[in-house]
Design a protein around this ligand. Sequence first.
Ligand SMILES: [Zn+2]
Length: 395
Amino acid sequence: MKGLVKANAHLARSGTDYQTKRIAEVTVQCSCGCGQDFQRPSGAVNAHGPNYISLEHMGRHRTQIYLEDMCGSFLSVIKEYLDGFCRQHYKNQGTIRAAVCPFILFLNERGITDLENVTPKTVTEFISWATEVDYKSSPQHISVLNGFFKWALRHGHRKSGSPVIAKFHGKKRAQHLPRPYTAEEMTIIWALAEERGNSRLRAIIAIGEESGLRLGEICRLREEDVDLVGHRLFVRLPNKTDCERWAPFSDKTARYILEWRSERDDKCGHDFLFHNSLGDPPRADTMHRELCRTFCKIHGGTQVNPSGLDEWSTHRLRHTMASRLASGGASFPTIMAAGGWKSPSSMMHYTKVDADQARHGYDQAMRRAEEKSKTGRSKHILSPGDFLAAYGENA
Ligand SMILES: [Zn+2]
């Protein structure tokens, strides 16, 4: 019995006492290698496999086994990379392991024992190998591999630059078009929210529609983050872009937040703005399921409502907010600040400008430029080429 040190002796001997035997605890050593003993009911001991003192120890041990299996002679370099640089620079260690370790396994299988011998051709071969043997997520994160080689160069594990050529090895990601809900869809959503929803869901929809918060950000809102006077929400860390912001809203959201607050259980014992039906802090995944059950016809393969949407996405409310601001004539900096986007290009994934609106904006800008040139306030009109050169992707 691996990891089992000693059965709790006096309980084991009193074999006639059925009750005692049932709750008998044994002392087991944690299989992760930490050397700690712990008590566990004898029936719960895994006789043929590992026993762990906690899930954390199990996770740590499984990671260790994974790294040993994948990395071979590169184990110490990879551990230095993961435990040092990655811990400081990346949020999700699992993604980094899944991106780098299959590549190291590939090197081991090809008999490459020195990072110095990795060439761009090796990387190309790895990409087709990874797709064949089903390490598909690794080539998707080829930029992580690039980062690994840059780290290796700086830390003396390789003398030449990164063999990953972003433009060549990087896979072009499909560009998803912005998918705001149409005005008709929003009408249906609000009708359903009134009919089938509750005050919590209505407040969440309003915040999504007017402030563009991600569902996770909505779930993390605290009571003190709501500024009903200034009509804004404080979006705290952690969030996707690691950037705190104030997200504005209008009367509608204020009204629905007040409606929710009148029903919020003040004795729930925490200060999250929302809580679930048991009073616990909300979780994005369960909240998403509740939204699906409210708005969709089919959820999880079963018909849950006689009518409704085909699918639900809280994130599309974020698209809706950005597109609505754009059609209202808001400037790029305004939209970026409202949604917490760090670059115009990331914002553009959300902002749908329809053909009429683009025409209108174009005509207005042309008219303004013409007026300026007539009044002599603008000395110089940029040609399209000059304009793009001056403003690049910010244009
Ligand atoms: Zn342990």
